[in-house]
Design a protein around this ligand. Structure first.
Ligand code: ADP
Ligand code: ZN
Length: 603
């Protein structure tokens, strides 16, 4: 298979000029008939890694995916491009699934999407059928679901362990957007990928701007944020169903097109709302985390969390639903005092102390992320094992100048309290001692310490924030695990001995924006004429989507529309050079867009 074939196929079906750098080595590996394990962030273009080989190779490509809604989308998307694809899952009628079953191995079907449940027992008729035809590749999407070390374990995935034995010699491609070290190792082991090529790509999503704020008055905070995004698509995550309803109502009262989405709605209602969102008929979906798993809408401009998420994996995946088209997007996290306590109760996995400890540890990291005043992107990437050398310039902390004060004396008070105790305690207890608390848990011996009551001039919150900052800067160590007790380290002694001064951020943070360091692509910074044309083209897209009964973004992405505005092509041939216009799309939809462009030019 030459690079020429690849580019020809890409341009013919997808209308894309080239593969992304991260896709190239993966696809080369697959085309050589080898297995691979790929970690690529959401929006990175994982699907292409198996779709392009599926088109280029003979035989059928199986795609295992847990997300029923996404399957339908992908199949619709492929068919719109002229690629034969189908899916088998529980949402179909028996007739429909029989028809698809019979088309297996007919030679024209290139991709078959299958829900993992379909492999139950691994001896069914389906398996027999699949084993009797030529299988080119087995792609396992969301591969982290196979591991109980991950944050999204799905028991049905464990059926996939035997897949390799049933299809000897067929390459396996495992794909995921999120996996920490333990999960990665587990995936390799369970799928037998020891000898496979491993590709890990940067997790960075430079187009997403991160902000975390204390939840103060909640609705006004949310409304202020959303007002900046009127007419754009966004997702707001809440913890409870009741809360999604309330927030959606308030947004509607404020004149936004919003709807709630949660597991308590009938599946018809859920499907309907999801469709409306995808078709841009609803701008905001207020949802429990159940929403979004199967959503591949690429023009989501913002994601808001109204509570602390349970772990950084989940947070990153959810915020990753914004900006898939690569254009500027925002992630806002509003978190409050009680979140941690409420969520820590959910972290307890009955009868599995190890896993409870893992989950609690993950929650604590999430809280630290929210509290931190360091570059958010640095923290996120660090979490996934990547080091960003410079601050990103595109997060709230990077854009805030924190006023500093010399906190050496307070740091010494706190550190010397730790030094005087004959047992390790958590930060909160230290603060109680420093503030001279009369609470029973502060023992007689502790009340006799010289530092007892020495910090009564500061509030509990102020002391907690001093303590956390000392930890973040490495002046104090905190144990990981169930009991996050604090301990002195070498740098603590430097401070205690007066060798090092400690600069802390002011409690009342002063928000002074620094100009962003990175230049970013805004959808429209170039005048309103484009904006009018863009709206015109959106209408054309909307009409075509309705006609074909698919979501608007499957017809064309926002990026393609923007290119149309700028390039203003006049002929089908020129249209073909626009991103996303493959051969079939030029034939099917080209004329309508060209007509809109002509009208606009004449007007
Ligand atoms: P993931 O599954 O990794 O989240 P997708 O496969 O949904 O990502 O791809 C994200 C977006 O990137 C899609 O809109 C897709 O069409 C687009 N895309 C993928 N590969 C390319 C490419 N080589 N050139 C341009 N766009 C691409
Ligand atoms: Zn930053």
């Amino acid at each position: 298979m030459s690079a020429h074939d690849i580019q020809g196929c890409l341009s013919h079906y997808w209308g894309y000029p080239d593969l992304r750098e991260a896709q190239k080595p993966v696809i080369a590996e697959i085309l050589q008939g080898n297995s691979a394990f790929v970690i690529m962030p959401t929006g990175g273009g994982k699907s292409m890694c198996y779709q392009l080989p599926a088109v280029l190779q003979s035989g059928l490509t199986l795609v295992i995916s847990p997300l029923i809604a996404l399957m339908k989308d992908q199949v619709d998307d492929l068919r719109l491009k002229g690629i034969e694809a189908a899916y088998l899952n529980s949402s179909q009628s028996p007739e429909e699934s029989n028809r698809i079953f019979n088309s297996i191995g007919n030679g024209s079907l290139k991709l078959l999407y299958i829900a993992p449940e379909r492999f139950k027992g691994m001896d069914g008729v389906l398996l027999q059928r699949l084993m009797s035809v030529q299988i080119a590749l087995i792609a396992i999407d969301e591969a982290h679901c196979i591991s109980s070390w991950g944050h999204d374990f799905r028991p049905a995935y464990t059926q996939l362990r035997d897949l390799g034995q049933h299809f000897p010699g067929v390459p396996i491609l495992a794909l995921t957007a999120t996996a920490d070290e333990a999960t990665k190792v587990d995936i390799v082991k369970q799928l037998g990928l020891e000898g496979a090529a491993f590709f890990e790509n940067s997790f960075d999503r430079p187009e997403i701007h991160y902000t975390a704020r204390k939840r103060e008055n909640e609705m006004p905070q949310l409304l202020e944020f959303i007002a900046k995004h009127r007419g754009e698509s966004g997702i707001v995550y809440c913890l409870s169903r009741k809360r999604t309803q309330e927030v959606a109502d308030k947004l509607e009262d404020a004149g936004f097109r919003a709807a709630c989405y949660h597991a308590g709605l009938t599946s018809a209602e859920r499907m309907n709302r999801q469709d409306q969102f995808i078709r841009d008929e609803i701008d905001i979906i207020v949802a429990t985390i159940a929403f979004g798993m199967g959503i591949d809408k690429n023009n989501v401009r913002y994601v808001v969390h109204m509570n602390l998420p349970k772990n950084i994996e989940g947070y990153y995946q959810e915020t990753g639903r914004a900006g898939r088209d690569g254009m500027d997007s925002e992630a806002l996290l509003l978190y409050g005092g009680a979140d941690f306590r409420t969520l820590s109760q959910h972290c307890v996995v009955d009868g599995n102390e190890d896993q409870s400890t893992i989950m609690l540890g993950k929650l604590r990291r999430m809280q630290d992320f929210a509290d931190s005043r360091a570059c958010r992107r640095k923290i996120l990437l660090q979490y996934f094992g990547e080091t960003l050398l410079e601050d990103c310039g595109n997060c709230d902390n990077c854009q805030t100048t924190f006023e500093l004060w010399d906190g050496t004396e307070d740091a010494q008070k706190l550190l010397s309290t730790v030094a005087r105790l004959d047992w390790a305690f958590g930060l909160a207890h230290l603060v109680d001692i420093l503030r001279g608390s009369k609470a029973q848990k502060v023992t007689e011996a502790q009340r006799a310490l010289s530092t007892y009551g020495l910090g009564a001039d500061k509030s509990k919150n102020q002391w907690m924030s001093i303590g956390k900052e000392l930890i973040q800067h490495g002046f104090l160590s905190q144990a990981v695990g169930k009991f996050p007790v604090v301990e002195l380290n070498a740098r603590s002694w430097d401070v205690l001995k007066g060798h090092e001064r400690v600069m802390l951020t002011k409690f009342e943070e002063t928000k002074v924006s620094k100009p962003s360091k990175v230049s970013r692509t805004s959808a429209f910074d170039d005048g309103s004429a484009d904006q009018d044309l863009f709206q015109q083209l959106r209408k054309v897209r909307y009409a075509l989507a309705k006609e074909s009964n698919v979501p608007a973004y499957l017809i064309l992405s926002d990026r393609s529309l923007k290119e149309l505005c700028i390039e203003q092509p006049q002929s089908p041939l020129e249209l073909h050079s626009i991103h996303g216009f493959g051969k079939l799309k030029v034939e099917k939809f080209g004329e309508q867009f060209l007509e809109a462009l002509r009208e606009f030019g004449a007007g």
